[in-house]
Design a protein. Structure first.
Lengths: 286, 286
């Protein structure tokens, strides 16, 4: 039909575009790990103008085929080979895992229900039906002393609570989501955290319903952050079992703290397009 | 394969993603004008996270089928139904027209060579081979008194020359492309232009080779602007016939002023992916 098929069909790569609360991904089905997925190719695919565009690539590989997935292949059939948009390797992403799990079920690669996905962050249990939201077991949390940190942005400061999911978060309650102003620079957290920290600003609509903005370390303000939503719910509930709705700019997530102190994250996973991309044209576009 | 095909295949819309110097578009092949292309659907398709992402949609319609194309159907077989990313109707776009013409040839809908495309800006002649760059006849220019305007940005000012392509441009020569600073706000042009103006900052590498940044009215700084490249070449050459290379952040364009005072714009047009999108999932994502 187009040069995509007419020009270099032998090299065409099948893809699906999906997102979870507007954290978006390009999925590549590559069960035998045959694609030479260089950082350059990942960056070209994720380029929002000269490529498909996305926050990252999720390569779908048989766990047994992948050197990193193989040790988990007794637990999980599929390995989520997640790469950031800059081409670097990433360990885990709650929003990405929901999209990955939805893809597996919609592609008949796993049956609906509960199964485990192998990730660089370890084996991750997921639960989903034939349609609808996806639930991910994000593992246990660690909650530190309430309000022991201070977060400052644009000349204002708030007390904040540290939570590890296991990545580090600082959760601050604000009266209005506009109060922190534009987060063009990272909020300042004191005492300073050596590896940086993700900062969540939260408005408490009621104890089971939070509104949240998030600044991700090394990234900037984003439309959604799965571990951030979990951290916000943990900080506000004091880690007590129960469910909390967390509204982020990209949509609505639900966080459940189980009695075994594991945190479950539930939210949408949308697969909106599929097709073929021409890696030669991506390179030509650079 | 995914929910895109499994869920709502009857409603799936075929698309191609392409770009010209990183001005990017989603092309929809709809010869009989059957898609209900609402502003909401256009905006959902162009959403860079919850959709395919693009600066606009180019619908490929038989000119005879389209109420606006029909008057041109003796000159052009195909009508370029161009919509901005916000869903509004747009008249013409030089970068979009190159991508549109490349799509027609690569899809065997027009033979390589010269043909005319019907647009809301009138019938537009294009010229292209079976592969490679695309040339568009952008029509005549109007050149006003040299350096009769002043452009100011971030506390510095430069004389500038007005050019109509026919949309309004102010072309300022700077010593270094970094001199105007960050163009987070529109440069100020005096005397003020009632309908606003596109501003080009140009470094003269030599008289046949310009480097350019552009601030498009109502949009902001962009990676490329076809009429802006034409205006820059017209202003620098004084409208004399000849060719100029114009490098923009998104790539390299070539502008030729013909002896009949028409301006030809030549540049790349890349089709990088094709597939099917699920309008139901786009709506679900909102």
């Amino acid at each position: 039909m187009s040069s995509v098929s007419a020009g270099a069909s032998s090299a065409a790569i099948g893809f699906v575009k999906g997102h979870g609360t507007e954290n978006d991904f390009v999925l590549l089905f590559d069960p035998e790990r045959e694609i030479d997925l260089t950082p350059q190719l990942v960056a070209a695919i994720c380029d929002r103008r000269a490529g498909i565009g996305g926050d990252g690539v999720l390569r779908v590989v048989l766990a047994a085929t992948d050197p990193e997935g193989a040790p988990m292949s007794d637990l999980a059939r599929w390995f989520m080979d997640y790469r950031n948009a800059d081409g670097s390797v990433a360990s885990m992403c709650g929003n990405g895992l929901r999209v990955f799990a939805r893809y597996l079920v919609d592609s008949y690669l796993e049956p609906p229900g509960e199964f485990v996905v192998a990730t660089r962050g370890g084996p991750m249990p997921v639960r989903l039906g034939p349609v609808g939201d996806v639930t991910v077991d994000m593992g246990p949390f660690e909650l530190f002393d309430p309000d022991a940190l201070t977060v400052s942005a644009n000349g204002r400061s708030w007390p904040a609570t540290a939570v590890a999911m296991p990545n580090p978060h600082a959760v601050a309650v604000v009266a209005d989501l506009a109060d922190p102003g534009e987060l063009t620079r990272p909020p300042v957290v004191s005492p300073a955290q050596p590896d940086g920290v993700n900062v969540e600003f939260v408005v408490v609509k009621d104890e089971a319903h939070l509104l949240m903005r998030v600044h991700e370390r090394g990234v900037g303000e984003t439309r959604s952050c799965g571990t951030g939503a979990c951290a916000a719910a943990v900080a506000r509930s004091g880690g007590k079992p129960g469910s909390t709705v967390v509204e982020v700019p990209g949509g609505r997530l639900s966080v459940t703290i189980r009695t075994d102190r594991h945190v479950e994250l539930t939210g949408p996973a949308v697969l909106l397009a599929e097709g073929e991309l021409d890696p030669w044209q991506l390179v030509a576009a650079r």
